[in-house]
Design a protein around this ligand. Sequence first.
Ligand code: GKR
Ligand code: MG
Length: 425
Amino acid sequence: MQISDIRISSVAVPDPPLLNAAGLHAPYALRLIVEIVSADGISGWGEIPGSEATRAALELAAERIIGRDPWQLNAISATLGSLANPDDRGASPWDQRTWVHVQSAIEVACYDLMGKSVGRPVVDLLGGAVRDAVPFAAYLFYKHEGAGGEFGFERDETASGWFAARQEAALDPAGIVAQAEAMVAHYGFKSIKLKGGAFEPQVEVDSILALREAFGPDVPLRLDPNAIWRADTAIEAGKQLEGVLEYYEDPVRGQETMAAVARGLDIPLATNMCTTSFADLPGSIKHQSEAIILSDHHFWGGFRPSLELARFCAVFGRGLSMHSNSHLGISLAAMVHLAAAVPNLTYDCDTHYPWQDGHDLLVEPLLFEDGAALVPTAPGLGIEVDRDKLAALQRNYLACGLTERNDEVEMQKVQPGWTFQPTRW
Ligand code: GKR
Ligand code: MG
């Protein structure tokens, strides 16, 4: 098998005005879609966070791997590794490295090709499914009113159910509970995560306590302030949430500070910020910074490194869950195949998908039943990309004028002078 062409598309997906520690989501979330075409005419697909810097790296990578065999992943990965510049995940809630994402896009697209070429789903190439459906958590955000993207901040009066609720503002505990009720009613999620870091810590603690009151003790809850709190703040807030949270996600910044908070509380800590690469693992062991690592094939470099991370977690007694950023159905399918193949991925995974639902580029988007996505059984990722929808999302990209994610700039549009602070409270 030979790679004959690689097509890279920058797309912009309508995204509501969600709040986080770094500011406000722009009206569009940016993604890069990679299509690797084999000489015998099969297409394999990958999807990663979008930026012009990542696109440039992908273009460079593409030049070097055209003509290669997609089954030779070790050789492809060595070539990509030799191109990579040292980079850093940065201080924002999302991972700003470039080359880990490039590795991931190419590896996932190669797996899609490999699976299609032998008529087997990707999960079988990862060792086979240990579960037929992958449970996800409701992922709540404080948000301004409006739907984002093509709707601007206007209301779509024809929307109903979750799609109507998605337009509502949620700026206090009552708004968060209403958002949770609509999302859970639509998708059937059994766990709930609240994105924090947007308001005074006590407001966010009160939102978690209101969720507990509304949903009862059988619905696991998580809070993620994206490392914007000091250790004393995190412990004070955490003391009110002992026995309430399933896990406490990145309350503070850095492995040593996480370890100090972990020692002060009886709640497991989880991270997608302080332990995000194999180079971070010795520090994780030394400091005991977190009990749970939130894997993400987009920034751990693809499926195979994610399986290696899972083995590390099993050996060193770490729990394993899955992180998400705004994404479309190609990423969701990849997350689902991977999660189906990992025996020790026992927490409900994160997904932003409800916020993008209805704007996907798949002919048939994956369905959620009782909060879980069924693992596709068709060859490869088991998805078909709708090329008209892909073209429409590309047009959005060209029209919207965004070239990278910058939540600080978006926040300044609603709060002039607002600046991101790595530690705020
Ligand atoms: O989409 O605003 C967001 C999130 O804050 C995202 O960027 C984070 O990477 O979901 C993420 C997290 O769990 O930290
Ligand atoms: Mg997180």
